[in-house]
Design a protein around this ligand. Structure first.
Ligand SMILES: Nc1ncnc2c1ncn2[C@@H]1O[C@H](COP(=O)(O)OP(=O)(O)OP(=O)(O)O)[C@@H](O)[C@H]1O
Length: 236
């Protein structure tokens, strides 16, 4: 059987905030057209993992490769230009820009993720394109930042807790959009605390605890034995 080269390879990564270590020897890889959820409780290291892939944190040890090329050590904007989109958890980063400006900010000529397409996914924003991000509800802001992350047509999209604080109907729209993206051959890494949402969308699940990867399983395995993941999510 031909083994596909991973699109993203995180190998033996340690990451620090000052002298405090947040990631310990984190390794995993993501294939082309694969959706992977990273699950774990608060402080497990999920956001730091995304930030390290994106270049906001430089690994103290280990490496990150995208499409075979070393990206760790590069600046975030260079990493983004190589085809990685980031939808951070904080939604107010561009709150002074309008919805349209936010989405068009990183738009690349020829990208299939146009404003029209985006408004088709989230009709609720159709009359709001000239509103500033700060004037939107939390759910509307979440839709907007997904549009912003996609506009440059990345090959890999990193999403930090896209379902957090959203009404169930909005969670459903986000799930629909992510499934559509997967069908369009975009790989996705999804940081989540919502197990049901993650299992619905992901092909595989990476479970983190205390800054390390403690389990990697298929979503099918997760659906059959959710306790295998739940024990790392419960508060204790
Ligand atoms: N800016 C920071 N400065 C110092 N320590 C940090 C910073 N951000 C995160 N940490 C620490 O790094 C560790 C991992 O945090 P991280 O945010 O990656 O976890 P997480 O799994 O994404 O959790 P959450 O869901 O709360 O964001 C935690 O111990 C956290 O306290």
């Amino acid at each position: 059987m031909e083994v596909e080269t991973p699109l993203l390879e995180v190998a033996g990564v340690d990451a620090f905030y000052g002298r405090s270590q947040a990631l310990f020897d984190v390794s995993f890889s993501i294939g082309p057209r694969e959706v992977v959820a990273i699950l774990g409780r608060n402080g497990a290291g999920k956001t730091t993992t995304l930030r390290t892939i994106m270049g906001f944190n430089v690994p103290g040890q280990g490496s990150v490769r995208f499409d075979g090329r070393l990206i760790s050590g590069q600046k975030p904007h260079r990493i983004a230009r190589q085809g990685i989109g980031y939808v951070p958890e904080t939604r107010d980063a561009f709150s002074l820009l309008t919805v349209e400006e936010n989405i068009m900010l990183g738009y690349r000529a020829g990208s299939p993720y146009t404003l029209e397409r985006f408004l088709g996914w989230f009709p609720e924003l159709q009359g709001l394109t000239r509103r500033r991000g700060a004037q939107l509800s939390g759910g509307q802001q979440q839709m907007m930042v997904i549009g912003r992350g996609l506009a440059p047509a990345p090959r890999l999209l990193l999403l930090d807790e896209p379902s957090q604080g959203l009404a169930p109907v909005v969670v459903k729209s986000v799930a629909r959009v992510l499934t559509e993206l997967r069908d369009e051959a975009i790989s996705i890494i999804l940081v989540e605390q919502n197990l049901a949402f993650a299992l619905q969308i992901a092909d595989r699940v990476i479970v983190m605890e205390n800054g390390t990867v403690v389990d990697i399983l298929t979503a099918e395995e997760g659906r059959r034995a959710p306790a295998r993941i739940e024990r790392y999510l419960a508060i204790h």
